[in-house]
Write a protein that binds this ligand. Structure first.
Ligand SMILES: Cc1cc2nc3c(=O)[nH]c(=O)nc-3n(C[C@H](O)[C@H](O)[C@H](O)COP(=O)(O)OP(=O)(O)OC[C@H]3O[C@@H](n4cnc5c(N)ncnc54)[C@H](O)[C@@H]3O)c2cc1C
Ligand SMILES: *[C@@H]1O[C@H](CO)[C@@H](O)[C@H](O)[C@H]1NC(C)=O
Ligand SMILES: *[C@@H]1O[C@H](CO)[C@@H](O)[C@H](O)[C@H]1NC(C)=O
Ligand SMILES: *[C@@H]1O[C@H](CO)[C@@H](O)[C@H](O)[C@H]1NC(C)=O
Ligand SMILES: *[C@@H]1O[C@H](CO)[C@@H](O)[C@H](O)[C@H]1NC(C)=O
Ligand SMILES: *[C@@H]1O[C@H](CO)[C@@H](O)[C@H](O)[C@H]1NC(C)=O
Ligand SMILES: *[C@@H]1O[C@H](CO)[C@@H](O)[C@H](O)[C@H]1NC(C)=O
Ligand SMILES: *[C@@H]1O[C@H](CO)[C@@H](O)[C@H](O)[C@H]1NC(C)=O
Length: 611
């Protein structure tokens, strides 16, 4: 049952949302000249001294009284964390509590509120599949699995600093959790202390933000005069940020998913959404972070202070420190135009023709300023495209030819064709809320993905190759994972964004679309079959890797078994990123799965390699 809903979650979540480099003068994020070159020289080689993390039941593990003392330093916000399904198992069985778990289990919003729950339950399982899920008929016991042992439900920067210091002092496995959406399972770990920032919710919209430490503007040099910005505490999610900036008649380039966090994993890894082709990715719009680093210090990180860390935290993924506050550039408010259609047919060859046409039109749509999402399975293709400051007439001009082409093929059904204008970006998202299924979490998930370079779309041969490859990928994917999404959020301002100022994989700047092959399963699937399904998906998506040599992927929406992840996720920046990681986190306090520096650790990031 939840499988189809899962697709909808990513794709519609993703069905969200896009833009034109409308000629408004400050729409172009690449135009902020005069900033210092933030790409640091490669640091001297360092030899980090790593040791195994302390695990529960080892003598190094803090005693109950040490935990109690720590609890007092975080104002009693320490939670002994358990898998959410525990009240459904003996000896903790409690019918009332279990009924509440059953009711909330598949709701994203419920999961976000639980210290022991993550959006996709496979990440709650330990390395051998042990764990405690609602529908996993283990022997009746409820193993902790990969659910954190303790959680600090942080309310203040002091809580964050105290937690980082405590984890550092006791050599604990620390994880940072916000919404728990992570698709690589980086927000939990076996035997961990979880720093949960979801309840730090302050938002402030400012008219003229000046990064701390920027030179005083002068008559001749107005570079640092200040720009419109939104200041977001670590726990804010996109829908709340959209509402706040809308109230000030501004907009911000955020995610297509309303429930994803604004300030943590999203932006550090790139952060795409419907406005990225016109306003840039999230990394192109960061003005400043406040970060608690591994030593417990609170640092202002921007173009003028800790510029190396600022560079790393705009593309290098999580694992450099805890963002307690992020400041993103805002832009003048936009209106949004929207187009959607669903084309379905039992005849796969007809759908293949529609898809080929869709690929062939990507450059034209991108040039016209549209962003969007196409969801594909064996029986249908659903499109949702968006553009700022446009109108219905122009949408019809852009998408009419594809619709007419599909109609002309006969024997397929076109439904839900909608052209619509919305007075603001937020208004569009409010409308979308009704489309996003609430029941969209609490099952297993994996992905395969690839950034597809613009050059592929430039020739008929390239388009054919991509269209044929996607058919093969679908054919070779396990039956429950034969869906994929064409996420058209690159090109335009993304292509113009700086590969020098950010550490984002340069493949993003050359790409036109991101392809996501989505796998989901019910949690009752055996561990063996889960692993098999994941392997099959990785293998199927090799086809996509093969036709895009030198490209990479979006590390936030990627295969947890990505071959050669250093190249795919970080490209040529890996070495420099690792130098910066070692400088700010020499002992690997923040090491996480497939993160920069994780290659120095064993697969579960518990002990250094060669230990
Ligand atoms: C349904 C769905 C839709 C999505 N849609 C989009 C989309 O439209 N665009 C897009 O770009 N991505 C999208 N993603 C991917 C999303 O960006 C990642 O899942 C991202 O990691 C989520 O960040 P989070 O903070 O909300 O989640 P979490 O799982 O809580 O955290 C993710 C990672 O960030 C780290 N982290 C969290 N908070 C902090 C912090 N304050 N400081 C330091 N590290 C932190 C965590 O340790 C973890 O490594 C989507 C994912 C899902 C599941
Ligand atoms: C303005 O100040 C910025 C920031 O210090 C500097 O990088 C830039 O070169 C200056 N521009 C001019 C024209 O002096
Ligand atoms: C931490 O302290 C609070 C308040 O005294 C208490 O409710 C909570 O149970 C404590 N946490 C742990 C893990 O003991
Ligand atoms: C069972 O769970 C409910 C709801 O969480 C709680 O109020 C109640 O105290 C629990 N009963 C027992 C015996 O623990
Ligand atoms: C548990 O699994 C059964 C059978 O697969 C399914 O019908 C039921 O909906 C599942 N329950 C939950 C809470 O996922
Ligand atoms: C909101 O901003 C837009 C774009 O800058 C502008 O055209 C519009 O007049 C503003 N509306 C209000 C109510 O200020
Ligand atoms: C249309 O598709 C259906 C289902 O695949 C098929 O049975 C039928 O023969 C097709 N009709 C034509 C005219 O191709
Ligand atoms: C969303 O927009 C469509 C098209 O304008 C409209 O028909 C629908 O009623 C709107 N739905 C909501 C919930 O606002």
């Amino acid at each position: 049952m939840p499988l189809s809903l899962f697709q909808l979650a990513i794709l519609i979540s993703a069905t969200l949302i896009a833009l034109v480099a409308a000629a408004a003068p400050d729409l172009d994020p690449t135009k902020n000249s005069g900033r210092p070159d933030q790409r640091p020289p490669p640091p001297p080689p360092s030899t980090p001294r790593l040791k195994c993390k302390c695990q529960p039941n080892q003598p190094c593990w803090p005693t109950p009284s040490t935990w109690a003392t720590f609890n007092a330093t975080v104002s009693g916000r320490l939670i002994a964390t358990t898998p959410v399904a525990r009240p459904c198992y003996r000896p903790s069985y409690n019918a009332t509590a279990c009924a509440a778990v059953q009711q909330g289990y598949h709701y994203e919003t419920w999961r976000q509120q639980q210290p022991g729950a993550f959006q996709y339950t496979n990440w709650e399982l330990g390395p051998n599949g042990q764990g405690c899920l609602l529908n996993r008929s283990s022997t009746g016991s409820c193993d902790q699995g990969a659910v954190p042992v303790y959680t600090v439900k942080a309310a203040t920067v002091d809580d964050v600093q105290a937690t980082v210091r405590f984890a550092h002092q006791h050599n604990l496995k620390l994880v940072v959790k916000n919404t728990g959406h992570d698709l690589l399972g980086r927000s939990t770990a076996v035997g961990s202390l979880s720093l949960w920032v979801f309840f730090m919710k302050k938002i402030q919209v400012v008219d003229a933000f000046v990064p701390e430490g920027a030179p005083i503007p002068s008559e001749e040099n107005t570079t640092t005069k200040g720009v419109g910005a939104v200041v977001l505490e670590a726990g804010v999610v996109w829908m709340d940020a959209y509402k706040a900036v809308d109230e000030h008649n501004r907009t911000v380039s955020g995610g297509g998913a309303q429930t994803v966090g604004t300030s943590g994993g999203f932006c550090q890894s790139g952060g795409h959404g419907p406005l990225s082709p016109s306003l840039g990715l999230c990394v192109d719009n960061v003005l400043q972070y406040k970060v608690v680093t591994a030593d417990g210090a609170l640092r202002v990180v921007n173009a003028y202070q800790h510029a190396d860390l600022f560079w790393a935290m705009r593309g290098g993924g999580p694992g450099f420190g805890v963002v307690v506050e992020a400041v993103y550039r805002t832009h003048p408010a936009v209106t949004m135009s929207y187009f959607q259609v669903m084309v379905s047919s039992e005849d796969r060859s007809l759908l293949a023709k529609v898809l080929r046409e869709l690929y062939a039109r990507q450059i034209e749509w991108s040039n016209a300023g549209w962003a969007g999402y196409a969801t594909v399975n064996r029986n249908y293709v659903a499109l949702a495209y968006m553009r700022p400051n446009s109108d219905v007439a122009s949408a019809r001009k852009t998408f009419g030819p594809l619709v007419a082409y599909a109609r002309g093929l006969g024997n397929l059904t076109l439904e839900q064709e909608i052209y619509s204008d919305f007075p603001s970006y937020y208004a569009l998202f409010l409308n979308m809320t009704s489309l996003v299924p609430e029941i969209n979490a609490g099952f297993g998930s994996t992905l395969g993905s690839r950034l597809i370079p613009r050059t592929i779309f430039e020739t008929d041969q390239g388009v054919d190759k991509l269209a044929n490859t996607m058919l093969q990928v679908q054919d070779e994917s396990p039956p429950s994972t034969d869906r994929y999404a064409i996420v058209s959020v690159a090109g335009g301002a993304v292509a113009r964004g700086s590969s020098k100022e950010t550490s984002l994989h340069p493949a993003w700047r050359k790409a036109l679309v991101l392809v996501l092959v989505v796998g989901g399963w019910e949690e009752s699937l055996s561990w063996k079959d889960q692993l098999k399904l994941q392997r099959t998906l990785t293998k199927a998506t090799d086809k996509l890797r093969a036709i895009t040599p030198g490209s990479g992927t979006y590390l936030n929406e990627a295969d947890p078994n990505e071959p050669n992840f250093k190249q795919s996720f970080y490209g040529p920046n890996y070495k420099t990123l690792k130098g910066i990681k070692n400088k700010y986190d020499p002992k690997g306090l923040f090491v996480c799965r497939l993160c920069v520096g994780s290659d120095d650790w064993n697969r579960d990031e518990m002990c250094p390699r060669h230990h």
